[in-house]
Ligand binder design. Structure first.
Ligand code: HEC
Length: 148
């Protein structure tokens, strides 16, 4: 008698493959049209932030590192900086400070991801969120007209 073996079914969890980035195309279009407004930059930052969140939740360290690096090095053209400076006057220093905090948190997140430190990454993610929200609370309403 021939022994019959049951072949188990294995389900592949293609988690990482589900999140395909479309951001680079978008920002390229923006660059080509020379319409890189602050709002367009922020909108792209928001999309990257969501990709980063997904990567964090599924412990996709490569995706986490890539997104954190993209946030750390996001573009801010000189003409946009000049317009912000003009609009904010003396408050510009406050804007710079919170921008710096945001970039520092993103840089720290790059390191945590590279070290595959998920708990540390979660903490740093909290700091990043705080910096985004802190700047929005102080400056979002004032600076909105720049992109209109
Ligand atoms: C230093 C200041 C500053 C920091 C830091 C900052 N933002 Fe913003 N953000 C702004 C300003 C100003 C606006 C308003 C732009 C507008 O509406 O034209 C804005 C708007 C936005 C918007 C709304 C865009 C829209 O289409 O209305 C999103 C999304 C956003 N930011 C995401 C982020 C994320 C994510 C972070 C952190 C990783 C972040 N921002 C950090 C200044 C900041």
């Amino acid at each position: 008698m021939i022994a019959r073996k049951t072949i188990g079914t294995f389900v592949a969890f293609l988690l990482a493959g589900g999140f395909i980035s479309t951001s680079s195309t978008y920002s390229q279009v923006q660059r080509e049209e020379h319409k890189l407004t602050l709002r367009a930059i922020m909108s792209e930052l928001g999309a990257e932030y969501l990709r980063l969140t997904n990567a964090l939740l599924i412990e996709d360290f490569k995706g986490l590192e890539d997104s954190a690096r993209a946030i750390q090095g996001h573009p801010l053209p000189d003409e946009v900086v000049a317009a912000i400076k003009k609009k904010l006057g003396r408050s510009f220093h406050g804007f710079e400070r919170v921008d710096e905090q945001s970039h520092e948190a993103a840089a720290d997140l790059v390191k945590r991801a590279a070290a595959r430190d998920i708990a540390g990454a979660a903490k740093t993610f909290g700091r990043l969120a705080e910096s985004c929200v802190s700047c929005h609370k102080q400056f979002r309403a004032t600076l909105r007209p720049l992109s209109d």
